[in-house]
Design a protein around this ligand. Structure first.
Ligand code: SF4
Ligand code: SF4
Length: 437
């Protein structure tokens, strides 16, 4: 009984556990998908970073901090989405999606295969227990090579965020390419060292003691967040059995989880118990629960729906606001930008000089025409009337006003027009004092 007459009328179907390893393979699929998505994001051009311009690049468009609606809208969507994730599925991100955990699990797997089941890289600094029959130089070397190969492979992913795919391909195939910065080899080597140390030594130590996500997540996690629940009523089945505990690679007893333990909701213990109970034709004693920790299995579905809708009530408005701002930012996005500055400080001359900065934010060629309206001909010199871009970039022009203008206030417009029809102008108030002119 849920305690609510209306909720009690909703029929509940309890689905029996299927194949005992179903969570394991679903999790592996999600982990692989996350790594593939991490590569597809820069490869598809959805998001990159231009280290030279110091800007994010979305679909070949530079996103500047001044593109407020895009930046703030995206941030609002991400922040509200993360809060919803923290408070509902809790640590499931760690167990199912986080690349750090994926790499640590892979490293553990190779280590067990080559050095034995008890060859743990201990988080407490204990000595590794290598199986006597496997403690051979060949096994150690092979493990080192596998970890190095993994480090070299995974180090290519961050490179894809900083360089176009064809440049990274030139780097991999050792093809000469003038776009390859000499620092790229250095940056790549640093990445390989970081990944190697992480995979070889740090592994789950990061998850337990260093992860910032976990700190945030503990701030929003509640007793209702996703967790492993135990069927106490059938506890006699656990006599002389410890299988779920030994299957947990974080050393947790899943029959007694609490809010702030290190459980990452991977579900390996659930699979383990299901595997045992399946032989007796029964379902396992462990299951995921989203709702009050005391809730019984029969109330799981109602608890999950109620719990999710309660959280969405206050995160959804922020997500929608962020989505709206983001969409407006994209609709009103301008490919070009004009800015005019008084150049007295920069060029250490008088305020007769102005600096006109025109920018192309799109990674394609462009032609911008610049003109001055409102000043008599012969009273100024503009360093160029046209700017050609091969790709995204900024060009500074100089506008010098000579001393033929009479004293007083002069208003003029700096106008810019692109070949594809975009226009913008900047109004300048120029004052000539009596002592000049
Ligand atoms: S695997 Fe299942 S039966 Fe065995 S101890 Fe764990 S919960 Fe109990
Ligand atoms: S208790 Fe179960 S779900 Fe939690 S980390 Fe251990 S095996 Fe994974």
């Amino acid at each position: 009984m849920s305690g609510s007459p209306s909720l009690d009328k909703i029929p509940i179907t309890v689905v029996a556990a299927g194949s005992s390893a179903r969570l394991h393979w679903r999790r592996r699929t999600v982990q692989a998908a996350v790594l593939i998505i991490a590569m597809l994001i820069p490869l598809s051009g959805l998001l990159r970073i231009d280290p030279v311009a110091g800007a994010f690049v979305v679909l070949d468009r530079q996103i500047w901090w001044s593109d407020f609606f895009i930046i703030f809208g995206l941030w609002l969507m991400l922040a509200s989405g993360l809060v919803l994730m923290y408070s509902s599925v809790g640590t499931a991100f760690c167990g199912w999606a986080c690349p750090q955990n994926t790499l640590s699990e892979l490293a553990n797997r190779w280590t067990y295969k080559l050095l034995g089941r008890r060859a743990d890289v201990s988080l407490a600094g204990e000595k590794m227990k290598v199986a006597a029959g496997k403690n051979r130089l060949g096994n150690w070397l092979l493990l080192g090579l596998i970890i190095l190969a993994a480090a070299m492979l995974f180090s290519l992913i961050p490179l894809l965020y900083f360089y176009p795919p064809d440049v990274v391909w030139s780097f991999i195939t050792l093809r000469p390419d003038e776009r390859l910065a000499s620092s790229l080899h250095y940056i790549y080597t640093i990445f390989v060292i970081i990944f190697f140390v992480d995979i070889a030594f740090i592994r789950h130590f990061w998850c337990r003691f260093m992860c910032v996500y976990k700190v945030w997540q503990h701030g929003f996690k509640t007793r209702q967040s996703l967790h492993v629940a135990y069927d106490e009523a059938r506890s006699e089945s656990c006599e002389k059995c410890n299988y779920c505990v030994t299957s947990c690679f974080l050393g947790i007893d899943p029959r007694d989880t609490n809010m702030y333990d290190s459980c990452i909701n991977c579900g390996e213990c659930i699979d383990a118990c299901n595997e045992l109970q399946e032989k007796k034709g029964e379902v396992g004693l462990l299951h995921f629960s989203l709702g009050a920790r005391e809730q019984s299995r029969s109330g799981w579905l109602l608890g999950r729906l109620g719990s999710l809708s309660a959280r969405m009530k206050w995160t959804l408005p922020f997500s929608l606001l962020g989505l709206g701002m983001f969409a407006w930012g994209l609709v009103s996005y301008e490919y070009y930008r004009l800015a005019v500055y008084r150049a007295d400080a920069e060029f250490s001359s008088s305020i007769e000089d102005y600096r006109i900065r025109v920018s192309n934010k799109l990674y394609r060629d462009a032609v911008l025409t610049i003109s001055i309206e409102g000043l008599p001909k012969g009273s100024y010199v503009l360093s160029a009337g046209e700017v050609r871009f091969d790709t995204a970039g900024k060009v500074d022009l100089e506008l010098n006003i000579n001393n033929t203008l009479p004293p007083g206030l002069h208003r003029f417009l700096v106008q810019v027009q692109s070949a594809d029809g975009w226009r913008d102008s900047y109004r300048v108030q120029h004052f000539v004092s009596k002592g000049r002119g």
